[in-house]
Structures are given as C-alpha cells and as structure tokens.
Design a protein around this ligand. Structure first.
Ligand code: ZN
Length: 130
C-alpha cells in the first residue's frame, strides 16, 4: 500500500520510485505488479513526467470533462467532473517484473493523478510471482 497526501485540487504525483522499492522489497524476480487506486476521483497512468506534458495532460483531461457542465451527480457531490476524468484515465496499471525490476521504458513513469483534492489517498500494490 502506498499512502499519498495530496496538496492541491488537481495534482500529478510520480510514484515510480515507491513502486520500484516495493518490488525490490518483495523479492519477486519475475511476475507482475498491479498498481491500483482505491478511489473514484483519482487515476493511475504510465507516461512521461516532463513538466510541460503533465500540464498538457491536466489541461486536456479538464477540457474533456470540465467542472460544472450540468452533471446530475453535482446535485449531491459537486465533483462529477473528477469522477468522469478518473474514468477516462483508468484506475490501475499492470507492469511486468523481470530480474527483480519493473520493466519500464526510459521515459515511462507511474503517475498518480489527484482530481478532487486535497485528500488522503491509498494505492494498492499487488506483486505476484509468475
Ligand atoms: Zn462524487
């Protein structure tokens, strides 16, 4: 489990090193690692963490599901846009483990997206040999 305390309404947090550390600690040499967020207004993506691209991602996801667009859910919770953005992003990633390490490309990072913060968040890691 990774605990994340987000600090902004919308925020991208690079959790790659924490996932890598958990894989090392597990001792699993070959298998898969599931990274799964337990929340309905967060996302998990694998992509580049370059600051301009992160801004582009947030801007685009906001334009696809902008706040206050007449959503039914806003009648009770006022955060329908964050749920919809989370659906578009997805809530998990599965990464192959080879020789005790995550198989990731040079520029690939595991990114946690807060879409309705700030809050305390939990991300499950399931490291499975095979
Ligand atoms: Zn809601």
């Amino acid at each position: 489990m990774i605990e994340i305390k987000t600090e902004k309404p919308v925020q991208v947090i690079d959790i790659t090193q924490r996932v890598k550390d958990a894989v090392k600690e597990s001792g699993v040499e070959k298998g898969i690692c599931l990274v799964y967020t337990l929340h309905t207004t967060t996302g998990i993506v694998i992509n580049e963490a370059e600051s301009g691209l992160v801004q582009d991602l947030l801007r685009r996801i906001s334009s696809l599901a902008p706040p206050g667009d007449g959503y039914f859910h806003d009648r009770i919770d006022d955060n329908a846009h964050a749920h919809l953005q989370a659906v578009l992003l997805g809530n998990s990633q599965t990464i192959s483990i080879e020789e005790g390490s995550l198989m990731m490309g040079t520029w690939q990072r595991v990114l946690f997206l807060e879409l309705d913060g700030p809050r305390r968040r939990n991300v499950i890691l399931k490291i499975v040999p095979g």
